[in-house]
Design a protein around this ligand. Structure first.
Ligand code: AMP
Ligand code: MG
Length: 702
């Protein structure tokens, strides 16, 4: 079975006609293709929405595209209900039973509570349908759940338990409610399924051109919350976010996974239906993350070779984080990127304390000998002493101990003699000597770190010292890496003449790890479209894809050819040496950096373009390479119109350039400690002229 070309997610509603202006609690419908959602569509009433969906079904069929249309309400009731109502356990008989009875209007007025009374009449005692919008109307429907036995039919379906769905299909009012949506939704499905070429999952064969399936947005709730929270203060509509993320997630899901979910339902599902993805919330939520706009890699129009700075400026402006947020203990947050700013919970130090072992007392005369009566107590770190130290007295105090009341100065133990229950020392001693003030390092509520900062070992110390135990951090960015080329052989394999070892993959894997991300090895792909397509599908599970090779515009440049098909590709002709065209685009919504195959060009392009981009996608700051000027140990002329990077190393305060600037010379990368960046203009560098050297770490790597 092939996958689906188009995903539709409908957020159904049982309410009255919604306002003209898009609002919540209305009907929102969203379409996604290739992992990217279109703008969600708002419908004011069910009749319009149904007509729109029917049109879509016809259009997709006419275009030969497979459609998976999902709806956010139960397609079936708990076992036994259909039989009790219609005499048959076939869910479609119940759908038709409802379709005959439910009346709907353009204003949204409907007879669902009358129909619920008729349903309840088939059962002894109150219920099972309950909850209504007027306490005194529809006597056959109880207002509250109390007193309903659910003995003839269970309150929840098996899949509701598996998915931990909050609401029962018998609950017709009060949030979280879904019961009214079912009554107002099944009649619509009953009509759609008769359109021809339409099958209902899991009741019917799932290889039809159009499949209708039940979905529950609660499965991706954490992702929805993240987006809604991030958009606080704007007029964000939760339902709108929900359908878009859900459609996107289903459309990004690898075909095999979706096929497996559609194929795996227990026997109960034949009557009760099933929630697509029930029990797999973690997987689905993993795909429900914000995606970039289709045009995020577009370059300024009309420029033949784009200057490096212009390309970087556009890249920076269009990228945004794609990773989710999770709360972690500080001790497990090393190298993670903060998703929110962190403030000190308490001051550091929290109390005034002593910096040395010695004797504490109140102030002191600047000059002359001191004699102070020694108290018997000892102030040690860890236990705050309740004793006050009176004027003329001193107390033994150990490093880190809070200053007891009355003490503001500490004299070093080495400067003191003890006799007759008193300490003596000679002045001068400054009041406050050898003590630390409360909050002299950090005051309570002080901002400690910004969102976007990658936590260092020192940060973990600072956060912990100031009472922060947990932090909201970004999930690590997963970067899929694959190499392309018929000539490539796996490391350790047998290389025939004309073949070369795949050197880029281990290099890029390690470079990505050094940048603080998680490399995911997708392997090697020959110059073959179908194989590359399958590899990209697999790689799209990651947050970003780095490919090397096949990125130019030639016959064997399959990466750029495939990205071109998606309509999101920009062939980056950037005025940079080394580096050939880069192919940037989205594959199933996942950003792809198609790097040149040349190892040196691949590395330079990774450091210059991919490293800052990956940082932003990971939720971090844009990286501006940090370098410094050093006198050149070489002479060189360069033409204008292109930025040049030379492999370089520092020796005796001068910077040397690698002898050959041939971009195939992989040995130069190992020889070098970093890169020299030469500006776009023409230049004649003489020995001793200052040139800008960027050490490897200056590109953001460790
Ligand atoms: P391409 O960008 O595919 O035209 O490749 C440019 C050059 O880089 C060719 O000489 C390739 O053989 C070489 N190349 C491509 N991929 C790799 C790789 N993974 N490891 C080493 N060299 C490569
Ligand atoms: Mg190639």
């Amino acid at each position: 079975m092939t996958g689906f070309d188009t995903i539709l997610v409908a957020d159904w509603s049982a309410g009255k006609r919604s306002p003209k202006r898009p609002s919540k609690d209305a009907i929102w419908v969203c379409i996604a293709r290739d992992g990217t959602a279109e703008a969600p569509v708002y419908h004011r009433n069910r009749i319009d929405a149904e007509a729109w969906i029917a049109d879509l079904i016809r259009a997709e069929q006419a275009a030969g595209r497979r459609l998976l249309a999902t709806f956010d309400f139960p397609f079936g009731y708990p076992r036994g209900l259909a039989g009790a109502v219609t005499g048959s356990d076939d869910p479609f008989t119940l759908w038709d039973w409802l379709a005959e009875r439910i009346m709907d209007t353009e204003t949204g007025d409907n007879n669902r509570f009358e129909v619920a009374e008729a349903l309840n009449a088939r059962f002894d005692g109150p219920g099972p349908f309950w909850g209504k919008t007027h306490r005194d109307r529809w006597p056959g429907v109880p207002y509250r759940k109390e007193g309903i036995a659910f003995d003839q039919v269970a309150e929840r379906r098996r899949c509701d338990h598996v998915a931990q769905a909050a609401s029962s299909c018998f609950q017709l009012a009060f949030p979280p409610t879904v019961g009214s949506q079912v009554l107002m939704g099944l009649p619509m499905l009953s009509r759609l399924r008769r359109m021809g070429g339409v099958a209902v999952w899991p009741f019917e064969a799932r290889d039809a051109p159009v499949v209708l399936a039940e979905i529950w947005p609660g499965l991706i709730e954490p992702a929805v919350q993240e987006v809604v929270q991030a958009a606080r203060g704007t007029d964000v509509i939760r339902d709108r976010v929900q359908v878009a993320l859900l459609a996107q997630a289903l459309s990004r899901l690898p075909g095999e996974t979706l096929t497996a979910w559609l194929g795996d339902t227990p026997p109960e599902a034949r009557e009760e239906a099933w929630i697509l993805g029930a029990g797999h919330a973690d997987i689905l939520a993993g795909y429900a993350r914000p995606v970039l706009r289709n045009d995020c890699f577009a370059l300024p129009p009309g420029v033949h070779w784009t200057p490096v700075d212009a390309a970087l400026r556009d890249l920076r402006a269009r990228l945004s984080p794609v990773t989710g947020i999770e709360t972690r203990p500080v001790s497990e947050a090393a190298c993670r990127i903060l998703a929110a700013p962190v403030h000190a919970r308490r001051a550091h130090p929290p109390l005034p304390n002593t910096a040395v072992d010695g004797y504490g007392f109140a102030g002191g005369r600047p000059e002359g000998p001191h004699r102070l009566t020694l108290m018997t107590e000892v102030a040690a770190a860890g236990a705050a002493l309740d004793t006050a130290v009176p004027e003329g007295h001193a107390i033994r105090i150990l490093t880190g101990a809070a200053l007891p009341r009355g003490v503001d100065t500490v004299v070093l133990q080495e400067d003191v003699t003890i006799a007759d229950g008193a300490i003596r020392f000679a002045g001068p001693i400054k009041p406050g000597a050898n003590t630390r003030k409360a909050g002299e390092d950090v005051v309570a509520d002080q901002a400690l770190a910004d969102a976007g900062r990658r936590l260092t070992p020192a940060d973990l110390g600072l956060l912990t010292a100031t009472g922060v135990a947990e932090v909201d951090v970004r999930r690590p960015l997963r970067v899929a890496i694959l190499s392309t080329g018929d000539e490539l052989v796996e490391a350790g394999g047998r290389a025939a003449p004309g073949q070369i070892f795949d050197a880029n993959r281990p290099m890029l894997m390690a470079q990505v790890a050094a940048l603080g991300h998680v490399p995911v090895d997708i392997g090697r792909v020959p110059d073959d479209r179908a194989a590359l397509r399958a590899a990209l599908d697999q790689a799209a599970q990651a947050d970003v894809i780095l490919t090397s090779g096949g990125a130019s515009a030639g016959d064997e440049d399959h990466v750029s050819a495939l990205l071109q098909e998606t309509g999101s590709m920009a062939l980056w002709r950037v005025a940079i040496k080394p580096g050939r065209p880069l192919a940037l685009g989205l594959w199933r919504g996942t950003p792809v950096f198609g790097l040149p195959g040349n190892p040196v060009a691949a590395l330079v392009c990774t450091l210059v373009f991919a490293a800052p981009a990956l940082s932003v996608l990971a939720g971090g700051h844009w990286i501006t390479p940090q370098g410094y000027n050093l006198p050149a140990a070489f002479e060189k002329r360069k033409k204008s119109g292109r930025r040049e990077f030379l492999r370089a190393r520092v020796r005796d305060g001068e910077v040397e350039a690698f002898a050959s600037d041939g971009s195939g010379r992989i040995s130069g990368r190992s020889w070098a400690d970093g890169l020299i960046e030469l500006p776009d203009e023409a230049l004649h560098i003489r020995r001793g002229d200052p040139v800008r050297f960027i050490p490897w770490a200056g590109f953001g790597g460790g």
